[in-house]
Design a protein around this ligand. Structure first.
Ligand SMILES: [Ca+2]
Ligand SMILES: [Ca+2]
Ligand SMILES: [Ca+2]
Ligand SMILES: [Ca+2]
Length: 502
């Protein structure tokens, strides 16, 4: 990131996860750039069977400062019926912004500037009854606050600190917010914001303890604090939580705690009382990527999909926390949330796809892999090498109507403190045996962004909104497809972490 002053910050104050920041990297990093082999027709004969068969054109490509961690979120803010792009960007302790780009042509609709990075992904919700979704987004460390901006023009509707002037709000990171049920009875869903990082004695780091994560439950209309919770295990949390409603109407919140160097738990809590139901402990490193819930067998019970940072993917029984299976890759680390889809046709239980990076932070120089895993058993269905450092989460669709799901994913061909110097790749992998790479586009700029997929203009040609470092772009497949979209971007459409049955 070129911000070497950040190098001395404690490791766990850098929020990990899909929006992971590169700020505190050691200079000893090995930069490994793999030679490009894009869809330029230059493949060797052996690679011919692998030649990408899909082509995409870039519809627009907008300069947006220092994007690459906040994932694009789309909704129509301009009223022309075409969803627009909301995306954060910036550099730690230096600058930050939230930008809205017109989905039709990439023109800037509005931008709000900050003095620290915006790495979270926006929550979009109309809070002032003008039928235009508004933008709720947390900010990094120095700015340490949660803002609600008018979707029409970016003007501030409320901030956590402004509405609650008597609350102590540490100057630490806010991750992406999720919606909550209407708790204050005004008819609008409310929201959950999670804040973590920092120490209790920033003036005396040698004596300081890490602060436990805080969960802020806020009225979406005003930002008024409804509930506040400190993690029961007193650990940090950088994982985006998941929330479910049980058949009796009550709710449960699932939190992942711990960090890249410290172990943690998956906590199942009654919501909003925060009474603990069960906990599941990691081995050596915490739960950094977001949690997902899914009813695998159609029994009415959602299980938890959790990825521990030390290369472990687990399916946990939703009522007890018992580990039903695990897929382990020692020597790998996991930044990304998995995707769920139909990746083999042996049963009706959805499977998983996950990227893992070989090495130990901050030394990622060998390879990343993408692994398809049987949702019923945890067995690996297929696996392939996928760049050098993978931090994005996938989007899932059936592009060709064969009942097996394609995966839209991004990875990086290197790793460096300078994200502009790294190349990244956007891919579509086939759902069928062999998991061929159907589309491959390389870009300048590191990315942890999860691509958004959808048909923006209804011409049956799939659009992909993606953001390598420093830009935000819309690509469109050149051929029409009969696609069905199941998971359209970072944490899907509803943001509650629940992957619906189909
Ligand atoms: Ca509004
Ligand atoms: Ca409400
Ligand atoms: Ca397919
Ligand atoms: Ca289109």
């Amino acid at each position: 990131m070129g911000n070497l002053s950040a190098m001395h910050a404690p490791l766990s104050t850098h929020p990990p996860g899909p929006e992971r920041h590169l700020g505190g990297l050691a200079l000893t990093l090995v930069l490994a750039l793999v030679p490009a082999c894009a869809d330029d027709g230059q493949e060797s004969r052996d690679d011919a069977a692998e030649a990408p068969s899909l082509r995409a054109r870039i519809v627009w490509n907008a300069d947006v400062p220092k994007t690459g961690r906040s994932s694009p979120r789309l909704t129509d803010l301009t009223g022309d019926g075409i969803p627009d792009v909301v995306i954060g960007g910036g550099q730690e302790r230096t600058e930050g912004s939230i930008s809205v780009l017109n989905g039709a042509d990439g023109q800037l609709v509005w931008r709000r500037l900050y003095y620290d990075e915006v790495y979270a992904t926006a929550l979009l919700m109309d809070v002032n009854a003008d039928d235009v979704p508004d933008v709720i987004i947390g900010r990094r460390k120095l700015a340490g606050d949660l803002d609600c901006l008018d979707g029409r023009n970016g003007e501030e509707l409320w901030t956590l600190s402004g509405t609650n002037p008597d609350e102590h709000i540490p100057k630490t990171h806010f991750n992406s917010c999720i919606p909550a049920p209407d708790l204050d009875g005004d008819g609008l869903p409310d929201l959950i914001g999670l804040q973590s990082g920092g120490r209790d004695r920033p003036d005396k780091p040698e004596k300081a303890k890490r602060l436990p994560a805080r969960v802020w439950v806020l009225s979406s209309a005003t930002g008024e604090l409804l509930h506040k919770y400190l993690t029961v295990d007193r650990l940090e949390s950088y994982s985006v939580p998941a929330l479910q409603q049980l058949p009796d109407g009550s709710h449960q919140l699932f939190l992942g705690t711990g960090g890249e160097t410290l172990p943690g738990h998956v906590l199942c809590l009654d919501f909003p009382s925060f009474e603990e139901r069960w906990r599941f402990a990691s081995d050596t490193k915490g739960f950094v990527a977001g949690l997902l819930l899914h009813d695998f067998e159609g029994s009415g019970r959602n299980d938890v999909i959790a990825t521990a940072f030390d290369g472990v993917l687990s399916r946990l029984h939703g009522e007890t926390g018992e580990e039903l299976w695990r897929m382990e890759r020692p020597g790998f680390e996991v930044y990304s949330t998995p995707g769920l889809g139909r990746f083999d046709d042996s049963d009706d239980v959805l499977d998983l796809v996950l990227t893992l990076t070989e090495g130990t932070w901050p030394d990622y120089s060998s390879r990343a892999i993408i692994v398809w895993v049987d949702g019923a058993t945890g067995e690996v269905l297929e696996e392939r090498d996928y760049g050098v450092m993978a931090s994005s989460s996938p989007a899932i669709l059936d592009l060709d109507g064969d009942g097996l799901d394609e995966v839209v994913h991004a990875t990086n061909l290197g790793f460096s403190p300078y994200p502009s110097k790294v190349q990244s790749v956007l891919s579509i992998f086939d759902g069928g045996p062999g998991k061929r790479e159907l589309l491959r586009r390389e870009f300048n700029g590191w990315t942890a962004v999860s691509p958004w997929i959808g048909d923006l203009d209804g011409n049956r040609r799939l659009d992909i909104v993606h953001a390598p470092f420093g830009s935000t772009m819309r690509l469109e497949l050149k051929e029409p497809t009969r696609h069905r979209i199941f998971w359209n971007g970072y944490r899907g459409e509803s943001l509650d972490g629940i992957v619906p049955r189909r």
